[in-house]
Design a protein around this ligand. Sequence first.
Ligand code: PMT
Length: 224
Amino acid sequence: SKERLLEGKKVLVTAGGTVERIDPVRYLTNDSSGKMGFAIAEEARRMGAEVTLVVAKVTAPIPSGMPVVRVESTMDMMNAVLARLPEVDIVIKAAAPADYRPAERSEQKMKKKDEELTLKLVKNPDILQAVGERKTERQFVVGFAAETQNLEAFAMDKLKRKNSDLLVANDVTVEGAGFGTDTNAVRIYDRNGLVEAPPLMSKAQVAQRLLTMIAERLPKKEGT
Ligand code: PMT
């Protein structure tokens, strides 16, 4: 039935903002609440999927009744995702991983000293790109993008560079869209360009639209 379009599919969803530690009590992170990823995880399960959640720092309640892998940094999230990748059919990367981490992490709390402090950051690996490189023909990968300008150009560039099947761009300049909100305004792209640009709606409704679109586009099993 239409209700259980993802019956038997294994879906991995990432949610939340990763945390990059500077010292034992300080860190870099972002405003991701986990709401978008959690809405996708719950809706996918409702559609019959076997869902695994990889969760970084979140403020929203974590859905129950599905396996949850807690991670801290982008490197941790990358390891958790790649370890499970061979078993999953669909990967949806709604998390906001930190692009940089401190070059050094102090084991002791840093002391206040000089007037200026320079924090050196080094680039983190790109998880979505790593997934795109390893993706097989039977796997389907969805990326997100949070942009404040040139939405379409950046979205299409990310989609192609990271070898994703779909890319969900949130226009974080729209009131009620993006980080922390219960609603989102998204534009969904595939390799050929814009597929859908629904109006501002709840993250649950965005999840439903997205997962229905994924179900319609899944690679067909051979011999069926
Ligand atoms: O959690 P909420 O409060 O509900 O907010 C939802 C959200 C705004 C966080 C979500 O909808 C969203 O857009 N997530 C992606 C945010 C992001 O990291 O965007 P990006 O443009 O920096 O990255 C593009 C894609 O690459 C994303 O799928 C991201 O998960 C992935 N990425 C980024 C960096 C990195 N090192 N590894 C990655 O895999």
